[in-house]
Design a protein around this ligand. Structure first.
Ligand SMILES: NC(=O)c1ccc[n+]([C@@H]2O[C@H](COP(=O)([O-])OP(=O)(O)OC[C@H]3O[C@@H](n4cnc5c(N)ncnc54)[C@H](OP(=O)(O)O)[C@@H]3O)[C@@H](O)[C@H]2O)c1
Length: 265
């Protein structure tokens, strides 16, 4: 798969994994639409990308606002020719016990991490089908494979992605549209700093797991390779990926180990 001159739309492009994916695609000569909510950060990513590609536009919007997401997604799809590659990557996490998390926070996480991706994907599919080609990628998480302490809403949203996008893969296979679900483990990005508490405020703390995680650029290289190979699923993680295997084949050992990941704060 060659991305030269292909139109690619990346959400969560202002930071971390999405920023690195955008730079890699720009270096391949892809035409880019970059989305996020922080306009300054998006513009600085665009400034880097535009040195390598002849088209890079910024479309900022808030993934937590369903009306805005649907409007911008439909406008963006209508304005452009068919998107060749859509990367649904934007996301936030949280750090709060389920019993202390108000439903409004569960809904906010579901909007950003699940419904926004569904809405954007639905907006781009019709032109992809008409074009007879396309690829849709979505960033899940190892938390989309098993529940994790203080991540009930995040884990729920990431599990929901699997159900939606696995179904989409089956439905769109006759249209030559492939779907890749990416399950990162710990990646060195500011995601934990931006993760919200039960009051909806950012924790402002860099978790050790992320600090010592895989560099975002290395994650993006593996992510793009999986898309090019049209891999249905890919886990990009360090030794924590053993938990997926343990949950499936040795659930009791898995449970003993997952209890140790509980944090006091
Ligand atoms: N880092 C990890 O360890 C890890 C592990 C598993 C999965 N993931 C997943 O990887 C994806 C990318 O995260 P990252 O690690 O690269 O973290 P990051 O650096 O914090 O990037 C998150 C991106 O999502 C965007 N975003 C968040 N809330 C948004 C909103 N309401 N509206 C619009 N854009 C929003 C951010 O853009 P703005 O700041 O411009 O709003 C940013 O570009 C996420 O889906 C995350 O769940 C990360």
């Amino acid at each position: 798969m060659n991305f030269r001159e292909k139109l690619c739309w990346i959400t969560g492009a202002s930071s971390g994994i999405g920023k690195e994916l955008s730079l890699l695609l720009a270096k391949e000569g892809a035409r880019l639409i970059l989305s996020g909510s922080n306009v300054d950060l998006l513009n600085s990513v665009r400034d880097e990308c535009i040195m390598h590609t002849n088209y890079c536009t910024v479309i900022p919007f808030d993934l937590s606002n369903p009306l805005e997401v649907e409007k911008v997604a439909n406008q963006t799809a209508a304005k452009h020719e068919s998107i060749y590659l859509l990367i649904n990557n934007g996301g936030i996490s949280h750090r709060s016990l389920a019993m202390e998390t108000p439903l409004s926070i569960d809904r906010r996480i579901m909007e950003v991490d699940y419904f926004s991706h569904v809405a954007i994907t639905k907006a781009v599919i019709p032109k992809m089908v008409s074009a007879g080609e396309g690829h849709i990628a979505v960033t899940s998480s190892l938390a989309g494979k098993f529940g994790l302490h203080k991540r009930s809403a995040y884990s729920a949203a990431k599990h929901a992605l699997q159900g939606f996008f696995e179904t989409l893969r089956i439905e769109l296979q006759p249209n030559n549209i492939s779907v890749t679900i990416v399950y990162p483990g710990y990646i060195n990005t500011p995601i934990s700093i931006r993760a919200i508490d039960a009051k909806g405020n950012p924790t402002g703390k860099m978790d050790n797991a992320q600090l010592n995680g895989i560099p975002a650029k290395d994650c993006a290289i593996k992510y793009l390779k999986a898309i090019k190979r049209k891999q249905p699923n890919v886990i990009i993680a360090g030794k924590e990926k053993v938990m997926v295997f343990l949950k499936r084949f040795f659930p009791r050992i898995f449970f003993k180990l997952i209890l140790r990941i509980r944090k006091p704060d």
